[in-house]
Design a protein around this ligand. Structure first.
Ligand code: SAM
Length: 161
């Protein structure tokens, strides 16, 4: 993983507009056993360790009904990423790929998403398995797994069509 200030052979950074044109409200912090990038998985696994979404208590009522879902989507802010690379060399071998063709944490708006297993809810804390973020990562949002919704009815065939 590229640390905040390093750049690898072949990678390209750009001068970009200052961040701050959208205001996010962090709803809490994520507590994980991953203190360093080296100990952090590249993608979480649902048999991974329990992690805690620790919400600001003001958001506790927003969890009502969440416990009926087995899988939930978690969005978080990869706050220790650099944000100015347009090409990256994930293997550090000189070959590069465009940032938008990667799930790297290094991106203009470092939003991470994971589909995780909901283990239990304790007051304003949601315990999950399947995360891949560093301890203390800011939490942006929680959503039910989109597959849990019924698909829309298919449109009726047009007459004579
Ligand atoms: N699952 C998310 C996704 O696909 O959007 C994130 C994937 S990203 C490849 C996960 C990696 O981001 C971790 O292995 C770690 O190296 C890095 N990372 C985790 N938490 C971070 C944080 N708070 N700031 C910067 N980098 C972080």
């Amino acid at each position: 993983m590229v640390s905040k200030d390093t750049i690898r052979t072949g990678e390209r950074a750009v001068v970009c507009t200052p961040a701050g044109d959208a205001w996010l409200r962090f709803i809490g912090r994520i507590r994980t056993p991953f203190a360093t990038r080296d100990s952090c998985p590249r993608q979480g696994r649902i048999d991974g360790p329990e992690c805690r979404l620790v919400l600001d208590p003001v958001w506790q009522p927003a969890l009502a009904g969440l416990d009926s879902y087995e899988m939930i989507e978690v969005l978080y802010w990869l706050d220790r990423s650099r944000r100015d690379l347009v090409t990256q060399s994930p293997r550090d071998d000189g070959t590069t790929t465009g940032t938008f063709a990667l799930r790297s944490p290094v991106r203009p708006n470092p939003i991470g998403t994971s589909l995780v297993k909901l283990v239990r809810i304790e007051d304003a804390e949601v315990i999950v398995r399947g995360l891949d973020c560093l301890d203390g990562t800011p939490l942006i949002d929680i959503k039910p797994d989109r597959c849990a919704f019924s698909p829309k009815a298919p449109p009726k065939a047009a007459d004579g069509g």
